[in-house]
Design a protein around this ligand. Structure first.
Ligand code: ZN
Length: 331
């Protein structure tokens, strides 16, 4: 299989346990006034007059993605006039100068980062991992391992008997909702189980009960059978069939120590940055025995329009990037 548009023809009993796929054709009539614009933009009238839309839905998580063939014809590489100097020019910022509050227990220092307390918290235990490197796009494996190791030490400092969710987040640059350019992650330890993580956990439990099989193992098998997976040591990487937004990649490992997942995350980030991704969201959390990390692209950094609209918030995700094309760009 080479592209998502071919997925409606795919037959596999394992695939059908988790996914339902459908497609439809959106038709329109091009008037003379718009024909020149359409040819200039899309290179063809036929393709616009009849557009195939493929819907992929996960029956257990209820995640659903709508792919439009026309949108997915756009190159996956993010072409932008964004200049890295825009990041470098803000060097000497509050995070460079360590102008941050400390947690009540103080700070934890890593080799390439230091912790701080988040000034405006949305959770009682809410800290930051502030990179020594100002530019968040300068990433090395040893940096990432140190950030995750430092996060682990921060989580270990919490009252673990009361904590139900440990969440690591990296919102990179402003389209990823970062308010500070300087590279930083957030660490959150909550006494509640966050709703969206609980939904995924429930989906996994429901699947395991229904099929007496492990949801995440089967999810991997499905992606692997379709050529949508990679493996870095024990970490599995899925070019996710139902991305919430562009280029979502789902990484998981049964490791006891989440620092071990760094290599997989590094592999993904390195490749995403190579194809032009600069603003992204990354999360890391645990469900059962699995550490799970999810990463996605927040689109062209120079765009003023937001990539998330009413559809994504309240209905289903509309996505352009085809996971079958994305994986071919990874080295
Ligand atoms: Zn800085």
């Amino acid at each position: 299989m080479k592209k998502i548009i071919e997925l409606p023809n795919y037959k596999s009993s394992l695939f059908s346990r988790i996914y339902s796929v459908s497609s439809c054709e959106g038709k329109l009539r091009l008037t003379e006034e718009i024909k020149k614009y359409v040819v200039d933009k899309f290179g063809s009238l036929d393709m616009v007059e009849k557009q195939t839309i493929v819907s992929v839905k996960n029956k257990f998580t209820k995640e659903q993605t709508l792919y439009n063939e026309l949108r997915s014809k756009r190159p996956i590489e993010v072409k932008t006039n964004f200049k890295i100097s825009e990041i470098e020019n803000t060097k000497g910022c509050a995070f460079c100068l360590n102008k941050t509050p400390a947690d009540e227990f103080g700070r934890i220092s890593g080799k390439y980062c230091i912790t701080a307390s988040n000034l405006t918290k949305y959770e009682c235990n809410h800290g930051l991992i502030i990179f020594k490197e100002h530019n968040p796009l300068k990433i090395k494996l040893e940096y990432l391992e140190d950030y995750l190791e430092t996060a682990k030490r921060w989580f270990d400092n919490m009252d673990n008997k009361k904590i139900k969710t440990k969440l690591l987040l990296w919102n990179c640059l402003w389209r990823g909702a970062a308010s500070i350019i300087h590279g930083h992650m957030q660490v959150v330890a909550s006494k509640t189980k966050y709703g969206k993580i609980e939904l995924l956990e429930n989906a996994k439990n429901n699947y395991n009960r229904k099929y007496k099989s492990d949801y995440f193992s089967d999810l991997y098998k499905i992606h692997n059978n379709l050529g949508l997976s990679k493996k870095i040591k024990n970490t599995k990487i899925l070019f996710y069939l139902t991305p919430i937004k562009e280029k979502e990649i789902f990484i998981f490992s049964k490791t006891k120590n989440f620092v071990k997942i760094s290599e997989g995350i590094y592999y993904v980030l390195k490749n995403l940055i190579k194809i032009g991704v600069v603003s992204f969201n990354l999360v890391l959390f645990k469900i059962g025995d699995y550490y799970i990390s999810r990463i996605l692209d927040r689109g062209n950094i120079l765009n003023r329009n937001c990539d998330i609209g009413g559809m994504e918030l309240y209905a289903a995700s509309v996505v352009s990037s085809d996971p079958f094309k994305l994986i071919r760009l990874f080295r």
